[in-house]
Design a protein around this ligand. Structure first.
Ligand code: MRU
Length: 354
């Protein structure tokens, strides 16, 4: 690990023998450390341990992880494509919920398969770096477009609530939910953002509050359990979060606690928005019931950040995500436009699959 000099969440350094350099987000906000991922095991571990996290960022890291994982095999067709399958399956086992991971791996695999009969392995390697960089760059553009589409929804809003981290750290740049706030700021609209700390791993407190403060946006941190009171006091007039996987009917998985925010927003007559790129939609599944929900280690709750806060041997349930039913979502902000009302027909129309 080296002390960081750059602030990009992820950088590909070098050519076909290069490596993925990323911010270790588990160390923020206290330390800005970067990790050099020179083998696929390091990429897998970084995704699993949330050193790189957030649906789009996981997909980008996995795409570069494929390039790194193929560096260990010679330029021989059979071995190269056998290794490709191995690397893709391995990276796919890192985290189950964010569909961007599988979307990016599928894109890398299809790109290599389409070139198999046309190019030697040495050239396919270069094309795979191009593909990973295209995924990275497209995400950057999608995030900016989400901000452009979403900022207008907050025109009459002073205070807004967000959950987890859907910012630049979770994406190539600018974020999804945070892109909406950043774009509003770019247009001269000063929002006051309330940030759920986001138990148990505190992505809101550690990452979102840090990103917003770096941008000079008015930021107030609250415990997750304070959201209802903040809404009742009229401090926020909208909720905006990201998503990890959106089903055909609009049901949306996001960080645990998002569903309760949507229910609270409905109870207080406040709009609840999701901001997500098209790479977060999984149109192979009908509803949120089919979204796999990651369960994480009990120690995240019993020994958060190294201190024991629960009795030895207590039973723990630790789902990392929940699913907000489409009916509770006022609109989904995508790079292609705003999906409202949230239903299958409108999703297909806005995403261009109608
Ligand atoms: O467990 P994490 O930190 O990867 O969860 C991240 C989230 O839930 C984000 O809100 C989501 O991935 C959208 S990021 C643009």
């Amino acid at each position: 690990m080296t002390k960081a000099t750059k602030v990009e969440t992820m950088i590909w350094e070098g050519g076909v023998d290069g490596y993925l350099d990323l911010i270790d987000q588990t160390r923020l906000p206290n330390e800005m450390l970067r990790i050099e991922c020179r083998d696929v095991e390091t990429v897998w571990e970084a995704i699993k341990m949330l050193r790189v996290r957030g649906a789009p960022a996981i997909g980008i890291a996995a795409a570069y992880g494929v390039v790194v994982g193929l560096q260990t095999v010679p330029d021989e067709d059979e071995q190269f494509f056998a290794r490709m399958d191995e690397v893709v399956n391995y990276l796919a086992s890192s985290r189950p919920t964010a569909v961007n991971l599988f979307w990016a791996l599928d894109r890398m695999q299809r790109q290599s398969a389409s070139l198999r009969s046309e190019l030697p392995v040495s050239e396919i390697r270069e094309k795979l770096i191009d593909e990973a960089q295209a995924i990275h760059e497209e995400d950057r553009q999608m995030c900016h477009a989400i901000g452009d589409h979403g900022a207008g929804l907050l025109a009459d809003v002073d205070g807004v609530l967000t959950h987890c981290n859907a910012g630049g750290l979770a994406t190539a740049e600018y974020g999804t939910a945070l892109s909406v706030f950043f774009t509003a700021q770019d247009r001269g609209h000063d929002l006051h953002v309330y940030v759920d700390e986001t138990r148990p791993l505190l992505q809101g407190a550690r990452l979102t509050a840090w990103e917003l403060m770096q941008r000079g946006i008015a930021t107030t941190l609250i415990c997750d359990s304070m959201a209802a009171q903040v809404m009742r006091e009229g401090r926020v007039q909208a909720v905006v979060t990201g998503a990890d996987r959106i089903a055909s009917n609009g049901d949306s998985a996001n960080k645990i606690g998002t569903y309760s925010l949507a229910v609270l927003a409905r109870a207080h007559g406040i709009p609840f928005y999701i901001a997500a790129p098209s790479s977060t939609f999984d149109l192979t599944i009908e509803s949120g019931a089919q979204i796999p929900i990651e369960e994480r280690n009990a120690t995240e709750i019993t020994h958060g950040f190294g201190r024991q806060t629960a009795p030895d041997g207590v039973q723990v349930y630790n789902p990392a995500f929940d699913v907000t039913p489409a009916d509770y979502i006022s609109a989904i902000i995508t790079e292609q436009g705003i999906i409202r009302p949230v239903n299958e027909a409108k999703i297909k129309q806005v995403l261009g699959f109608a």
